[in-house]
Design a protein around this ligand. Structure first.
Ligand code: G6P
Ligand code: MG
Length: 238
């Protein structure tokens, strides 16, 4: 018989999920888009880096981590802050639109083949196991990206940057996604590549699988390098 007093917290959590009342608690997976389903996080970086360079600011990959998951205007504020640059509101709007045009030049070249390997298969497997699928992206371009990738039909509910007031790390987007899926937050697991996104998921009362560098995403419940690597038997054990 297991001696529960000798188990650490993670082991204990694994043990307790086998109790009947905890079984199959997770009923949905909510995916972030940029950097989780497709490599658009890289396109955001390239476009922001070009804009930052025009302003005389060097945007390092490490600084870029802070832009992931947050809104377009908040990303710009972070860059201006890094460079100690202050600009009038009107000019901020103008250069944010310019960044968006550059971003869309990359996006518009995408095809369904650009979905990360194994993602569609993972979603299909989750669905076969009765798990609902949501999408929660702070991007106002999410609808366009989903359409180009032809993956709209995979999702039972979609929330994007046009539907929220506060972007990640605020939990609003995930709470709204759970509501649209007609589930409680603790019945949902989030897949996120952004630190702000992991924070938002946890603040919403959800479990979170980080996609990327375990050092960067250490507050997530579990971290994988690529979305397609996820083993679905992990879902009820997070
Ligand atoms: C996502 C990305 C962020 C981006 C934000 C807004 O959350 O991770 O890097 O800034 O969406 O994107 P948008 O397409 O509306 O500029
Ligand atoms: Mg992301």
């Amino acid at each position: 018989m297991t001696n529960f007093f000798r188990l650490n917290e993670r082991e204990l959590r694994k043990k307790t999920v086998t109790l009947p009342e905890m079984k199959n608690l997770i009923k949905a997976v909510i995916f972030d888009l940029d950097g989780v389903i497709v490599d658009t996080a890289h396109y955001h970086y390239l476009a922001w880096k070009k804009l930052a360079a025009e302003l005389g600011i060097d945007l390092s990959p490490q600084d870029n981590e802070r832009l992931k998951g947050v809104s377009r205007m908040q990303s710009l504020e972070i860059i201006l802050d890094l460079g100690g640059v202050s600009l009038p509101e009107k000019q901020k709007e103008t250069i944010a639109s310019k960044k968006n045009r550059w971003f869309l030049e990359y996006v518009d070249q995408m095809t369904p083949a650009d979905v990360f390997p194994g993602v569609k298969e993972l979603i299909t497997r989750l669905k076969k196991n009765g798990i609902k699928i949501g999408l929660a992206s702070s991007s106002k371009n999410a609808a366009r990206v989903l359409e180009l990738l032809q993956i709209n039909d995979l999702f039972d509910a979609v929330v994007d940057g046009t539907m929220i007031v506060n972007s990640k790390p605020d939990p609003e987007i995930f709470i709204l996604a759970a509501h649209k899926l007609q589930l409680q937050p603790n019945e949902c697991v989030v897949f996120e590549d952004a630190e702000a996104g992991v924070e938002a998921a946890l603040a919403a009362g959800m479990k979170c699988v980080g996609v990327g560098d375990p050092g960067q995403l250490r507050i997530a419940n579990h971290v994988i390098t690529k979305t397609g690597q996820f083993e679905i038997n992990e879902l009820q054990r997070l």
